[in-house]
Design a protein around this ligand. Structure first.
Ligand SMILES: [Zn+2]
Ligand SMILES: [Zn+2]
Length: 184
């Protein structure tokens, strides 16, 4: 399914400006559809700066949002704030003065403005967010995690314990050896 473009900027005016000219845009809290395995837990907000270079538009963005991840100890879903910095150069498709199509030349993979000089930043932003490392990966600093023997959540089962022999790895191995030889 095609995703609606959310963060798009028309740079026709900026393309006619002198190299070095910069425009700043505030990104008001915005929802952005992500890849299937990732869900945003907060809208994206921040700032986008677009600068005219001699041959392109240089887009820089400082954005913050939050993603849903699992606590690395107990696997409870948690909301982790992230911030991303993006720097992308976008080349024109159409010459702003002549209206003629420009040759993609030897940079077929470069980010391109569309034929109406629209700069679509959704995909670079999506990519940066999917690569971002969350700051907090624990549901709380003292998360007790899961029982290494049976997987029970030790945060909600504070008295949880097993008989001594199961917790001792040597005895556990012995018990397993005994069980194996019983069934054979
Ligand atoms: Zn946890
Ligand atoms: Zn257990």
């Amino acid at each position: 399914m095609a995703k609606a473009i959310v963060l798009s900027y028309n740079v026709a005016t900026l393309l006619r400006a002198a190299p070095g000219t910069e425009r700043r845009y505030t990104v008001e809290p915005t929802e952005l559809a992500m890849y299937d395995d990732l869900r945003l837990a907060a809208p994206i907000a921040g700032e986008v700066r677009l600068a005219r270079t001699t041959r392109s538009i240089l887009a820089r963005a400082s954005l913050s949002t939050a993603i849903e991840v699992s606590c690395s100890r107990c696997l409870t879903p948690i909301v982790a704030p992230i911030s991303v910095e993006i720097e992308e150069e976008a080349l024109p498709t159409i010459d702003i003065d002549t209206g003629q199509p420009l040759d993609p030349g030897d940079e077929p993979d470069a980010l391109r403005l569309d034929a109406h000089h629209e700069l679509d930043l959704d995909e670079p932003i999506r990519e940066a967010i999917s690569l971002a490392e969350p700051i907090a990966l624990l549901c709380r600093p003292d998360c007790r995690g899961l029982c290494p023997v049976c997987g029970v959540d030790l945060n909600s089962n504070t008295d949880h314990a097993h008989a001594e022999e199961v917790l001792d790895p040597r005895l556990a191995a012995l018990a397993e050896w005994r069980d194996t030889n019983k069934t054979n």
